[in-house]
Design a binder for this molecule. Structure first.
Ligand SMILES: *Cc1c(COP(=O)(O)O)cnc(C)c1O
Length: 370
């Protein structure tokens, strides 16, 4: 992967904003322990910089989707607890035990298979995943859960019964029937079971909107800490969160174009009058959606619309006048009294804010700032 260090385009991540958002979630949910979801390159913001910022800013653990993400964190020297939230093949059980990574398990058969691969030098930390209605992964049968807990307790050199979890399909909408059905199912599956050290059920939506109804001592969250309102503002205006990212670049070319000229691939934009056009070195190759055509960038505190198709490496904007090359450009973040957020981009493109952020390409340099 190539990171473009010799180009003025970069993604700055604010440690202060991350710490602020962590504090907001802690206060609203009353949680003691936060496992921060840093899967998929920390929702696109950068696995290592974000992991360091959240651990410094108030999270106790990290949550990933695949073993490889956990291994990158351990190789980077991160010693915090790591939870793998997806299922992995039992052949990797020993690697997880070696790295002290907590795995999610959804069947007794998996435990029996893993047992053959575990030497017992360090026990495998197991969090049992329960499917209460998400329909993705997890136990659905109480008898099998009880049998699995007995199995873990009978093999203490190989396994530690570390956690019980479930995941909500619908925690961030005004309609709460489905959420409450999952809570009832959770109780039916778990009431009276031996309690492990970690019971963790709340994602961002549950932690922000349902803290009184579910256990929130330990939570697994991503979205809110990344400054994205889980309901995209429908449950709560998004002004209680700080924007963590600033995507910036500069003008690399400025020209005066006569009326009637086509711009960019396909000439979908033709200048209606003579106008000043600026070129900015960021394109869909950096992860921007091509649906951002017409969306503004900020230059000297003013909105300048993207005109013509985005190209892989650059895009063009209409300028208010003949600005100098190297004039700073803000694609996400504050400039004067204007601000652009991922939620704004989501409204323009019809793509969810977190789906826009996970597209940020490896080519964009990411840098932690205060
Ligand atoms: C991604 C994920 C989370 C974090 O969800 P947010 O809505 O971003 O807070 C929590 N739990 C599981 C199982 C996940 O896959």
């Amino acid at each position: 992967m190539v990171v473009a260090q010799h180009r003025p385009t970069r993604l700055l991540i604010s440690q202060q904003a991350i710490a602020h958002n962590l504090a907001v979630v802690r206060q609203v949910s009353g949680c003691r322990t936060i496992f921060m979801a840093v899967k998929d390159n920390a929702y696109g913001f950068g696995l290592l910089p974000v992991s360091r910022a959240v651990l410094a800013g108030g999270a106790q653990g990290l949550a990933v989707a695949v073993l490889d993400e956990a291994l990158v964190l351990r190789t980077a020297g991160i010693k915090a607890p790591i939870l793998i939230m997806s299922l992995l093949d039992a052949q990797y059980a020993q690697a997880c035990a070696d790295q002290q990574v907590i795995v999610t398990v959804a069947s007794l058969a998996w435990l029996q298979k893993a047992q053959h691969n575990l030497t017992g030098t360090a026990p495998l930390l197991v969090s049992l995943g329960l499917d209460t209605g998400m329909g993705r992964i997890g136990y659905r049968d109480r008898a099998e859960i009880e049998e699995s807990i007995r199995f873990l307790q009978q093999h203490p050199t190989q396994f530690t019964y570390q956690g019980l979890m479930t995941h909500f399909a619908d925690s961030d909408t005004v309609e709460t029937d489905y959420f409450h059905r999952q809570v009832r199912r959770w109780h039916a599956l778990t009431d009276g079971l031996p309690q492990p050290p970690m019971v963790h059920v709340a994602n961002s939506g549950a932690a922000m909107y349902h803290a009184a109804e579910v256990p929130t001592d330990i939570i697994r969250i991503g979205t809110v800490v990344y400054g994205m309102e889980p309901s995209e503002g429908t449950m709560r205006p998004d002004n209680y969160l700080d924007q963590i990212e600033r995507l910036e670049s500069e003008l690399i070319m400025v020209k005066h174009v006569p009326a009637g000229e086509g711009l960019s691939y396909g000439h979908t934009y033709v200048t209606p009058t003579a106008e000043w056009v600026g070129t900015i070195p960021i394109g869909y190759g950096d992860g921007l959606s091509r649906k951002l055509k017409g969306f503004p960038v900020l230059i000297q505190g003013k909105k300048c619309p993207i005109i013509g198709n985005l190209t892989m490496d650059a895009l063009m904007v209409r300028l208010p006048g003949p600005l100098p090359v190297h004039t700073p450009v803000t694609l996400l973040g504050q400039d004067g009294d204007q601000r652009l957020t991922l939620t704004d981009m989501a409204q323009h493109t019809g793509i969810a804010p977190w789906e826009l952020s996970i597209r940020f390409a490896e080519r964009l340099p990411r840098k932690l700032v205060d």
